[in-house]
Design a protein around this ligand. Structure first.
Ligand code: PDD
Length: 281
């Protein structure tokens, strides 16, 4: 039984159906942006924040959404309903549309393409319980990582290098400082203080990051938004990553070196519990 659905420009399709014309700009140039949203028990988690970030990404690359972001919300909600999977994840892509290949933007008659998949989520339980290993990797991406761009080649290459080393994720390092993971936000714990890099053009403003910052504030956990050097990363008592797909995930080794005791840290475990409580509300 298939539990996934696909959607492209007003039409529901099978995931393996040929649906993208050759001259689709997302396909030829990666000329588009995307968003990933989790549904828990039929409810979109922090959907407003995801829609706002998607709006900002489209504006940053000058894609004009006729009717704004609201029609996108309807597409997502209809897709999730149609799929009938209460615990699912949605990938939604918006590209500059289908036009004869040319670096220059097409005329205003060319409308953005909207595509989406809705798939059943299998929670990463074992990883969350045991913690994961990661590698460090040079951050070889561009200067505008705050845009959730479809151009993911440096992320893909770094993530594959991590997987080849038997690891879950690569922590990207720029000028000796942590930026983020290839598809996640980074946090360390020093003593009782949770630390994460400040928002800048170098990182994606993670939605799960917002949730964890809120949780820290409410629970009275000390939090600092500041740069994290590579040395600090290796000396941290605890390290964890956050993302829509991985929630709060403990990191127990970096480049084969144990983080703290080599077990998921206590503050990380508290944050994991509080996160589950928040998204189950
Ligand atoms: N990735 N940084 C990068 C580069 C990311 O791609 C992501 C998300 C994050 C975390 O953002 P959020 O908490 O909003 O998911 C940080 C998604 C899950 C993905 O590409 O699959």
């Amino acid at each position: 039984m298939t539990v996934s659905i696909g959607y492209i420009n007003g039409k529901y399709v099978e995931l393996d159906e040929l649906a993208i014309p050759i001259e689709e700009r997302g396909h030829q140039f990666g000329d588009g942006v995307y968003e990933v949203i989790r549904y828990y028990d039929g409810k979109g988690f922090m959907l407003e924040e995801h829609l706002e970030r998607l709006k900002e990404s489209t504006e940053a690359i000058r894609i004009n959404l006729e009717g704004g972001i609201e029609p996108i919300r309807s597409i997502i909600e209809e897709g999730v309903k149609k799929a009938g999977i209460p615990d699912c994840y949605v990938y939604l892509q918006i590209t500059r549309g289908i036009a004869e290949r040319n670096h220059l933007f097409p005329g205003s008659e060319v409308k953005p393409s909207i595509s989406m998949t809705v798939k059943k989520m299998v929670p990463r339980k074992k990883e969350a319980e045991e913690g994961v290993g990661v590698i460090t990797h040079p951050d070889e991406r561009w200067a505008n990582c705050y845009i959730k761009s479809l151009n993911l080649l440096p992320n893909i290459l770094a993530k594959q290098t991590a997987a080849d080393a038997g690891c879950f994720e690569a922590i990207l390092i720029k000028d000796n400082y942590v930026t983020e993971g290839t598809q996640s936000t980074m946090f360390i714990v020093e003593g009782v203080t949770v630390v994460t890099p400040p928002l800048s053009k170098q990182i994606l403003p993670g939605i799960t990051r917002i949730a964890v910052l809120d949780i820290c504030k409410i629970a009275g956990i000390k939090l600092e938004e500041r740069e994290i050097s590579k040395e600090e990363l290796f000396n941290a008592d605890e390290v964890f990553l956050t993302s829509t797909m991985s929630e709060v995930m403990p990191i127990t080794s970096i480049d084969n070196q144990k983080v703290g005791t080599g077990e998921p840290g206590n503050i990380t475990k508290v944050l994991m519990e509080l996160f589950v409580a928040k998204r189950s509300k």
